[in-house]
Design a protein around this ligand. Structure first.
Ligand code: ADE
Length: 246
């Protein structure tokens, strides 16, 4: 997968790209990341990339032209069919489905804003998709871009140990993930649920599904509402409700 990043502060990404899943992906060639800095395209003797907002108000707005030229440079190098994503609190909320959609695009260009945002005309002209990582305002799109890169990388085939693990993550089937345990068997006076040591794969799978449904219904009932439960899952949910009412 190829990801281009348009940012005034590419240094922010340094350690993030070196470690863990992303670091491995880059070293093995499964992920490639390139940067373009709008400051290199400012066309201004002072390197200005922002200016005061028309109509007044606090802060500065990023000028359209330097970002446009940076995007053009990326397209010249990588081809014109790049999927241009602007990270913005006004975008669609990010979730596992949005990440899977980005993976299918294969070549994505993440535009990171700063200050009070970007001149609207740039967004109208070149942005294909706007993504928000939550209902709060960050001081720039870089952290949001890292969130997107991390999340989408987990779906790149061959990157995680088990080919299917990202698809088993919380949310991938519309449910929170079941709890996980590792050794020692007993810790701080609490032991691991016996069923996980039974060796019965079907029973373990059923228990995990039941836990996933239980915690989703308690912690994120909104997820259950937007998902159609199978007959078996509905039975599990009803049984869990009966038990908690006892
Ligand atoms: N830039 C600033 N705030 C953001 C958010 N919540 N999501 C994505 N990009 C942003």
């Amino acid at each position: 997968m190829w990801v281009g990043i348009i940012s005034l502060f590419p240094e922010i990404f340094g350690p993030f790209l070196k470690f863990g899943v992303i670091g491995r992906g880059i070293n093995s060639g499964l992920i490639k990341i390139d940067f373009w800095n709008p400051r290199d395209f400012s066309g201004d003797p002072n390197g200005a990339v922002d200016d005061k907002p028309y109509g007044g108000g606090p802060g500065m707005v990023m000028k359209a032209q330097p970002i446009f030229s940076a995007i053009e440079a990326a397209k010249k190098e990588r081809g014109s069919d790049l999927h241009v994503v602007y990270l913005s609190p006004q975008g669609s909320p990010l979730n596992q489905n949005v990440l899977k959609g980005l993976l299918e695009k294969r070549n994505i260009l993440l535009v990171c804003g700063r200050y009070e945002g970007i001149d609207e005309r740039l967004i109208e002209r070149v942005v294909d998709e706007q993504i928000s990582i939550g209902d709060y305002v960050l001081s720039g799109g870089e952290i949001a871009a890292m969130v997107v890169i991390d999340g989408v990388s987990r779906f790149v085939p061959g990157l995680l140990g088990g080919e299917t693990s990202a698809h088993d993550d919380s949310f991938s089937d519309g449910l929170l993930e079941h709890p996980q345990y590792t050794r020692p068997f007993s810790w701080a006076g609490r032991s691991v649920p016996d069923i996980l040591l039974s060796g019965d794969h079907q029973k373990i799978a059923d228990w995990r599904k039941s836990e996933a449904i239980d915690r989703t219904s308690k912690r994120r009932p909104d997820l259950l509402k937007s998902r159609t439960l199978t007959e078996k899952e509905r039975k599990i949910l009803n049984k869990n409700i009966e038990i908690s009412n006892e």
